[in-house]
Design a binder for this molecule. Structure first.
Ligand code: ADP
Ligand code: TZP
Length: 245
C-alpha cells in the first residue's frame, strides 16, 4: 500500500550490505569528530554508540565554544529532547556555524508537537535548513502542520510512520532537507523518492536511542561517505548497522 502511494526505491540487499560494511570501515579508519547537542536522557548512550561505530563524539553546547569547535567537527547532531530556553541559542548557533563551514547537521525535533515552546523552537531550527530531519510520525506531522498536537504523548508518536509520509515529502521539498520518519516502517525521503526500510523490531519502540533512525548522531558520519552532499542512498546504510538488528 505504502509502496504504491509513494515513489519508492528498490535496492539490492546484498549490494547494500557490502556498501554498509565499506562505509563502516571508513568511519572506523577516519574516526571523525561528531558534535552532539542532545538530551540528558540519551546523552551517554549517544556518545557510546558513536564510539562503538568508531567515531569520536563531543557533547559540546556552549555558545562560547561553538564558533571555534563546530568547524572542527565532521557534522553536528541537534536533538531537542530536553530543550530549555537557555540551550536554544547554542543549538541555533551550532546550526549556523555548521552551515557556514559546510558541515552537515541533523535535527531530531523530539516531541515537536508537545508544546508551543517546543514547536516554535523546532520550527526555528528547521528554518536554518538542517541536512537531515529525523522524527517519528507525530514529530514530522507537527512540523509539517506547524501546530501543537492536542493528542501529543510527548516523545512517543500517536501516529504511524505511514501517516506521515506525504507530510515528510512536503517538508523535504519545502526545507531542502532529507526527512526520515521512524515507525513500523522507516521512511526516508528527499521530497521526491522515498526509501522504505522494513527491518523494524517492535521492541525498539520501548528502547531509547538504540535504533538507527533514532541515532541521528550517526547521520553526520555520512559526510565521510559523500563529501559533497548527503544522498538518500547513503542513508540506507544506516538501516544495516543498527546495534540491535
Ligand atoms: N510497530 C513497529 N514494528 C516494528 N518496528 C518498529 C515499530 N515501531 C517502531 N519500530 C522500530 O523502532 C524504531 C524507532 O521508532 P520510534 O519508536 O518511532 O522512534 P522514537 O523513539 O523516536 O519515537 C524504528 O526505526 C523502527 O525500527
Ligand atoms: C524520555 C525523554 N524525555 C525527553 S527526551 C527523552 C528521550 C528521547 O529519546 P531519543 O534521544 O532517542 O530521541
Amino acid at each position: 500500500m505504502e509502496e504504491e502511494k509513494t515513489n519508492t526505491i528498490k535496492e539490492n540487499p546484498i549490494e547494500l550490505a557490502q556498501q554498509a560494511w565499506t562505509h563502516l570501515e571508513l568511519v572506523r579508519k577516519k574516526s571523525p569528530l561528531i558534535q552532539c547537542i542532545t538530551n540528558f536522557v540519551s546523552m551517554d548512550l549517544m556518545a557510546n554508540t558513536l564510539l562503538s561505530a568508531g567515531a569520536s563524539p563531543a557533547m559540546i553546547h556552549s555558545v562560547d565554544e561553538i564558533p571555534e569547535f563546530t568547524p572542527k567537527s565532521l557534522g553536528v547532531c541537534i536533538n531537542a529532547g530536553t530543550l530549555t530556553p537557555d540551550w536554544l541559542p547554542g543549538m541555533k548557533l551550532a546550526a549556523q556555524v555548521a552551515n557556514q563551514s559546510k558541515k552537515p547537521w541533523v535535527l531530531d525535533p523530539v516531541a515537536a508537537g508537545g508544546s508551543s515552546f517546543r514547536l516554535k523552537a523546532c520550527l526555528e531550527l528547521l528554518a536554518l535548513r538542517p541536512s537531515v530531519v529525523r522524527g517519528n510520525g507525530s514529530e514530522i506531522l507537527a512540523l509539517f502542520k506547524g501546530s501543537v498536537d492536542s493528542n501529543s504523548k510527548g516523545v512517543d508518536s500517536v501516529y504511524g510512520s505511514s501517516d506521515a509520509v506525504e507530510a515528510a515529502k512536503s517538508l523535504a521539498q519545502q526545507s531542502g532537507s532529507i526527512v526520515a520518519v521512524s515507525g513500523a516502517v522507516d521512511f526516508i525521503t528527499d521530497g521526491d523518492k522515498v526509501v522504505c526500510v522494513h527491518n523494524g523490531v517492535p521492541m525498539l519502540q520501548k528502547l531509547l536511542h538504540l535504533d538507527v533512525l533514532s541515532l541521528p548522531s550517526y547521520l553526520p558520519l555520512l559526510q565521510l561517505i559523500h563529501p559533497i552532499q548527503l544522498k538518500r542512498q547513503h542513508l540506507h546504510w544506516l538501516s544495516l548497522v543498527s546495534p540491535v538488528r
